[in-house]
Every structure is written in C-alpha cells, then in structure tokens.
Design a protein around this ligand. Structure first.
Ligand SMILES: Cc1cc2nc3c(=O)[nH]c(=O)nc-3n(C[C@H](O)[C@H](O)[C@H](O)COP(=O)(O)OP(=O)(O)OC[C@H]3O[C@@H](n4cnc5c(N)ncnc54)[C@H](O)[C@@H]3O)c2cc1C
Length: 534
C-alpha cells in the first residue's frame, strides 16, 4: 500500500547504516527526530465535503487526505506534522476519456476547482488544493493506466494518461519496445504528469526529454475536447504540443498520450569511474556532451556528493579499500564520481563505452569495473526511500535544480551551495552537494541536494527550509539559470518565473490559460497567478 505521509510503498524501507549516521552527526550535528502525526487523527480533522454526491467521486476523508499533498519537503513537513491546512473536497477516479469529460462538466457546473492528479509526485506544490471559497475536486487519472494503441511501424504508442512508469514499460516490453523515460520518481509518476510538468528522465542523453518523446494527446478542456495529432514534424506555425508540455493542469485534463517508442536495447550497462577533482569532472562532462559519444546517461558528482554517496551506500571496509585504491591511482580527497551508461546495439555501445572510458582516463581518472555501475542501476529508483531513513534519525532532505550554459556552471553551483549554507540557520550547518546529470552541447542541468537536521519543532524546520530554498532560488536565477530544469513551476516556483518568461511571455501564458479555462477553475494558482490574469 502507498504511504500516506511519505514516499512509495509502505513495505519498502531504506534504513541508514550506523556509519552513515555517524558521518551525518559529525558533519551537521546530531539529528532531532520530530514526532509523526497519526493517520486517524488527521482523518478526524478533515472538514465536511462541499461537493454533492457523484457516483465517480470519493468524498471519504481518507481519500481526501491521501490526495492533499505532493512530495516537496514542504508537503512532507505538512504530512508528518498532520498540519495539512486544506484538503480537496472529493477525489474522482475516471476510467476513460468520456468519464473525464463528464466529471469536468459536472465540476464546472458546480463552480468547483479541478486539480488534475497523475502520481502526485510533484515537488513544487502543483497538486495542493488552494485556499478557495469554491469546492475542490481532485481528478486522479490512476484508473487510466493501459496501452490503448500500438503502431510498431511508426514507433508510436498511445497510453491512458495515468499510466505510471513501471506499468508503461511492462506493457511496451511485451511487444519488444520501451519508452526510455526514467525520472527518479518513475515508480509512481505518470505519463500524463511527465508531459504536464515537462519532465526529464535519467537516460535523457539517448532518449531525450519528454518533449522529444511526446507525439500527441487527447485533452479535455473547459472549452471543449482537443486532439493533438501525431504528425512527426510540421512547419505549420507554432507547435501546439509545446503549449501542452509544461501546462501543469492549467489548460485541461490530458486523458491519452501518444509517445515515440524505441526497440528494447540489445545491450544496456552502467559504469563508474573517478576523476581527481571537479575541474576535470566538469570538463569531462562538457566534452562528452559536445562530442556526443552515444551514451544513454552520464552523471558527474562533485567531491562532496561523491563522499556522501559512498558513505551512505558502502560499508566502511569496502569504502576504505576503494579510497586507498583511488588515492594510489591519483584520485585523492577531491575525487569526483562519474557514472555513465550505454543502451542499444551491442557493437555501437561497446564503442561508446570504450570512448567514454578513454576520456575518463584522459582527464586523469580511473574506471573501477562494473560492480558500482550495477549498484547504481539497482538503487536508481530506491534512493527516494532514503528520505525515510534520514527522517527517522532527525534529518530533512531537499533538492534544487536548474540548467545553465557551460560557462556559468561553476559560478551557479557555488552560488546555490553558498546560499543554502548561509541560510541553514543560526548555529546550524547543511550538508550540500551537487551533480550534473542532463547534458547538452550548450550547457548542463545542475542538481543540488541539501540535508539538514530538523529544528526542535515543525514550524521552525519549515521556516529554515524555505529560507534555504528561497535564497538558493534567488541565487540560481541571478546566475542566469532557469527556476526548474525538470521539476516544473507549480505553486512553489511561480515567484521566479518572470525572469525567464519576461512580461510578454507571462502575459501570453495567462491569455492561453484564459482561453482554455475562461472561468479559472483548472488548478488555479499553479504555474501563473490568478490575480495576474489580463
Ligand atoms: C523522489 C522524486 C524524484 C523525482 N525525480 C524526478 C526526475 O528525475 N525528473 C523529473 O522530471 N521529475 C522528477 N520528480 C518530479 C516529479 O516526479 C515530476 O514532475 C513528474 O513528472 C510528475 O508526474 P506525476 O504523474 O506525479 O504528476 P503530478 O505530481 O500528479 O502532477 C504534476 C502536475 O501535472 C499536472 N497533471 C498531472 N497529470 C495530468 C494530466 N493527465 N492532465 C493534465 N495535467 C496533469 C498536475 O495538475 C500538476 O500540475 C521527482 C519527484 C520526486 C518526489
């Protein structure tokens, strides 16, 4: 069963090793565990629903609790403390596009706010019901999780928008295909959510971001139904698919998604190497992005991330043997971990791996065999469970991400990390570390994680979290970065959108939402603010 107040399945744990707890205590102080609220108490606090009965709408308090929050740290603190603030008035679970149309028309007639809900894995406040005089209906697409059409010749597949990653890949695998879109939230996030929030998967180097995989859709909007055809390419004006990508539930409910698929790879393996320092790691990343040696993924951890990841994952004995070996091979304390993978035709992949390994060595580095690569593959979707292990020991964790040109990478990393550290709180420290993992010839995404110990109470912990997030967001935007490379805008990042879109761009975005949703009932406050409407 899915956890009501955290990540993933209740049966899956990721406890911290004793050596990892010692490491955290040494770096940021002894953790301060906070007491968790009880589900039954939270259920009792849910007010009466303001929606009338409907056969497809569940108004039970438990369903409303389970759909009230996403997965940002702010959401986590709200769920753990039991201080939710607002709950949706009902949760609808349609089984097909016609039922979505029916529910949307019904909700619009009730004057209700409608929040499209995929997997609820948003980390930017996308699906949180707003404080509103109108009732709120959360429209969960989870029942629409099937392969609807397959066109092998055209390498196209159509899915119900609520299909989560594992179900999507399993249905394609039966026919010898894959999508290849693997965000870390893959276990729970859905194909409709990926499109609506412009997601990027771990193997974007080969398969592309969701923009490259998204071919067409059916969308139920307040203004009517809309089918986006799967034309491979067109010069007939702006591409309407771009309006839907990143629309965050503001234009309509995506009910069916057409995606571009690939044959299952003949070969797929992941490898780990180390280079002596960050300058080498960043230059190697740039070289790989610009030479395009046909890898499917590549990730470059800075020295702090390398240290922390190995401390959390490896036994002290194995770690000290590895460190000794790396030091002997010229990768001392500043060592940075490089993870890369190749997928596809065997001969092609072997050549790509050979070339990438040679580049690691050319940057003073060393490859360490396949076992660490296998470990990465095994843990790639398990790491979100680490949040639980940290929380039990009194530590909170959050991430921030952006994308900048290569010439700005170093300044942006420093600005983000310093801003977080400077706002960790009086007498407090944060453990801050960064990696580059989505590479483009022009630049790279930057992904920064920060771990800090909780304050003595929830409110202080929340305030410190927001101070760090706000300062780092100001810093990354000041460096010319986007407020989000892959997590989207939601409600949490809205304040930083104008720097990227400009006055004209924002006005056009508002006009677009007003066209599809003239009465402002679809996910108001997400992406752009209501009061800013023309
Ligand atoms: C641990 C963790 C790791 C993550 N890793 C990644 C990562 O590697 N890459 C990445 O890109 N993101 C990542 N994310 C963020 C998140 O998973 C993505 O934004 C994902 O695309 C959201 O999908 P979802 O189905 O959960 O959508 P939801 O969270 O349910 O919704 C997100 C937004 O999309 C809208 N929406 C959802 N479905 C529809 C629909 N059918 N029609 C219209 N609007 C819809 C919602 O209204 C909302 O505005 C991560 C999140 C977590 C918690």
């Amino acid at each position: 069963m899915r956890r009501w107040n955290g990540w993933g399945d209740e049966a899956t744990e990721f406890p911290l090793r004793a050596s990892a707890v010692r490491f955290l205590r040494h770096r940021i102080g002894k953790g301060r565990p906070l007491a968790d609220a009880d589900l039954n108490q939270v259920i009792e606090s849910v007010p009466r629903s303001r929606l009338p009965e409907h056969p497809l709408v569940d108004r039970s308090p438990e369903a409303r609790v389970r759909h009230a929050r996403g997965q940002s740290l702010g959401d986590w603190l709200a769920m753990r403390s039991g201080q939710f603030g607002v709950f949706p008035d009902g949760v609808a679970r349609p089984g097909d596009s016609d039922q979505v149309r029916q529910l949307l028309d019904w909700a619009l007639a009730q004057g209700a706010v409608v929040i499209p809900y995929g997997g609820g894995t948003s980390v930017a406040g996308h699906i949180n019901p707003p404080v509103d005089d109108r009732p709120v209906l959360t429209l969960s697409l989870g029942g629409m999780d099937r392969l609807l059409r397959l066109e092998p010749e055209n390498r196209l597949a159509r899915f119900g928008a609520g299909t989560p990653g594992p179900a999507l890949e399993a249905q394609l695998r039966e026919h010898g295909f894959r999508l290849g879109h693997y965000p870390q939230s893959w276990e729970l996030s859905t194909v409709g959510g990926w499109v609506a929030s412009r997601s990027s998967g771990q193997q974007s180097l080969l398969y592309g971001r969701i923009e490259q995989l998204f071919a067409g859709a059916r969308i139920e909007t307040p203004s009517g139904s809309w089918r986006l055809p799967t034309i491979p390419a067109s010069s007939a004006g702006p591409d309407a698919r771009e309006w839907v990508l990143g629309s965050e539930g503001r234009l309509g409910v995506i009910t069916e998604v057409d995606v571009r698929i690939s044959p299952l790879p003949e070969f797929e393996q992941f490898y780990v190497g180390f280079v002596p320092d960050w300058d080498q790691a960043r230059e190697l990343a740039r070289r790989l992005a610009q030479d395009r040696p046909s890898l499917s993924m590549a990730r470059f951890s800075n020295a702090e991330e390398t240290r922390t990841q190995l401390r959390l994952a490896a036994s002290p004995l194995a770690l000290s043997a590895l460190n000794r070996y790396l030091s002997l091979r010229g990768c001392g304390n500043g060592r940075c971990m490089v993870t890369f993978g190749a997928s596809g035709d065997t001969a092609f992949c072997r050549a790509a791996v050979k070339r990438a390994s040679a580049l690691v060595r050319a940057h003073g580095g060393v490859m360490v065999g396949k076992s660490l690569g296998k470990k990465w593959e095994h843990a790639r979707f398990r790491s979100p469970y680490l949040r639980h292990g940290l929380w039990e020991h009194g530590y909170a964790v959050d991430t921030l991400e952006t994308c900048v040109e290569w010439s700005r990478v170093d300044d942006t990393v420093s600005a983000m990390e310093n801003a977080i550290q400077a706002h960790a709180g009086e007498g407090e420290k944060a453990l801050v570390f960064t990696h580059l993992s989505h590479l483009y010839p022009q630049g790279s995404s930057i992904y920064t994680t920060y771990v800090f110990r909780c304050s003595p109470d929830y409110e202080q912990t929340r305030r410190r979290w927001w101070a760090m997030k706000e300062a780092a967001s100001d810093a990354l935007v000041a460096c010319g970065g986007t407020i989000s490379h892959q997590h989207g805008v939601g409600r949490d990042h809205r304040g930083w959108l104008s720097e990227e879109k400009g006055t004209q761009g924002l006005a056009a975005l508002r006009a677009l939402t007003a066209h599809f949703d003239p009465t402002g009932q679809l996910n108001p406050g997400c992406l752009v603010a209501e009061e800013d409407r023309p």
